[in-house]
Design a protein around this ligand. Structure first.
Ligand code: ATP
Ligand code: MG
Length: 426
């Protein structure tokens, strides 16, 4: 029971309890394995950055910067922000440490992000993203590599029904032409737009394509199509990417209405979605952001990447029944006498040296009670150490998952005996 005055966690920020952790670790292990098979290296950046970093990268007219950032002044009066995403931080770190000087970088990260959104299933105020950033290649080869990597990850996690949609936003010039045409069309139907979209019509009409308001989406169905405006060069890049995806059997759909909620994207953009999670259907999204490094004070470096929401990914694995079970100890050491603690701990350490996962009973208790704990732990075997065992220099070994009888084993033969038992169990 939580008492009336007890302190609760912040709304939209979740504790991950021990029972949740195996699923997280299994997904994280799979991620580590997949990225390492593509030569990506991990980067860890601070969770707090200067507010300006996000204003300059994500963009002033975006949902994130307009209303979702946790921003505060520190004691020096500097405006700081809990990171809402990590691409800007990766680029900042890359510039700051000279990682982009005449070299390319394949980077990945995993960690908590913070956005002040309305909490609901699949949408939290602290959530976790895994992401990759390929800095230094203009694509479309590396774009395809990134999409291969994502697809492989879903496969390895046993997830099948994830749909990949791709689009290209084209060059700045093409986007300018499209923006004018789109503005003109939307202005003609301004009375039917939602308030946010009306405001954005002045500031950044492309942002409206990202609107989640159903009526606005209906109006957009008749809007000009971005693909009709893009240049030959972008078209051919987009074609090559599609060819590379087909060659590897990566299924995709072209969706010319796909734009991303952040300003820094250029060229190819993509999103993986599922229909199994209700409204929060986006698992992973990304694209090319060739202008960002320069925008943040570096030289011009082409770049592409994606970010993937771990809470949604883990919920999907749970729905698919792929959840990893908790890992039980191998051995439970019951210590049935005060005088036997040192000896029980001695055995435990020796067994850990030999590679076993061992839980030694703490807090005393009678043999019966300790055996109940041993059974509940999921361990395969219990050792019993008490005064009798001390006297005879033996331990009692009790198999917990078979009907085999409890036996008394001499000190020097314990490891060999256990090895035999565990080999048989496998
Ligand atoms: P959405 O359209 O769902 O708001 P987004 O476009 O804001 O997503 P991105 O900024 O591209 O999302 O982040 C990439 C991924 O991170 C999303 O596809 C999603 O899986 C996850 N994500 C984003 N915001 C949240 C959140 N508040 N809670 C949980 N996961 C999130
Ligand atoms: Mg969002």
């Amino acid at each position: 029971m939580v008492g009336g005055n007890s302190i609760r966690s912040i709304r939209g920020m979740n504790d991950l309890l021990p029972a949740d952790i195996p699923a997280w670790q299994a997904v994280e292990d799979t991620i580590r394995s997949v990225v390492s098979h593509y030569g990506y290296q991990e980067i860890r950046t601070p969770v707090i950055e200067q507010t300006e970093l996000f204003q300059r990268s994500i963009g002033e007219g975006t949902d994130i910067v307009e209303k979702e950032m946790y921003t505060f002044n520190d004691n020096n009066g500097d405006s700081l922000t809990l990171r809402p995403e990590a691409t800007a931080s990766c680029v900042r770190a890359g510039i700051e440490h000279g990682l982009l000087h005449n070299q390319s970088q394949r980077l990945w990260y995993l960690g908590p992000m913070f956005r002040h959104e309305r909490p609901q299933k699949g949408r939290y105020r602290q959530f976790h993203q895994f992401g990759i950033e390929a800095l230094g290649w203009p694509g479309p080869d590396v774009d395809a590599e990134i999409l291969y990597l994502g697809s492989r990850l879903w496969r390895q996690l046993g997830l099948n029904d994830i749909v990949l949609e791709i689009n290209t936003l084209g060059s700045a010039q093409a986007r300018g032409r499209f923006r004018s045409a789109l503005s003109e069309y939307l202005a003609s139907r301004i009375d039917e737009l939602d308030t946010d979209s009306r405001r954005r019509l002045q500031q950044n009409p492309l942002r409206i394509l990202d609107s989640k308001v159903a009526r606005t989406q209906e109006i957009l169905a008749d809007a000009p199509d971005l693909l009709d405006f893009i240049d030959d060069e972008d078209c051919s890049s987009f074609e090559i990417l599609q060819g590379l995806l087909r060659a590897a059997g990566v299924e995709f759909q072209v969706n010319s209405r796909l734009v991303r909620g952040l300003d820094y994207y250029t060229g190819i953009v993509f999103e993986w979605t599922t229909d199994q999670l209700g409204a929060q259907n986006a698992i992973c999204a990304g694209g090319r952001y060739d202008g960002l490094v320069e925008q943040l004070g570096g030289r011009s470096v082409p770049a592409a990447g994606f970010a993937c929401g771990l809470e949604r990914l883990i919920e999907l694995t749970r729905l698919g029944g792929h959840l990893a079970p908790p890992v039980p100890p191998d051995i439970w050491v019951a210590i049935v006498d005060q005088a036997a603690i040192a000896s029980g701990f001695g055995y435990s350490e020796k067994l850990r040296d030999a590679g076993y996962k061992v839980v030694a009973n703490c807090g005393g208790g009678g043999l019966k009670k300790q055996m109940r704990r041993a059974d509940g732990s999921g361990a395969l075997v219990a050792l019993v150490v008490g005064t009798e065992e001390l006297r005879t220099q033996c331990v009692s070994v009790k198999p917990l998952r078979t009907n085999a009888p409890q036996v008394s084993v001499a000190d020097g033969e314990l490891l060999a005996h256990l090895k035999q038992h565990f080999d048989m169990e496998q």
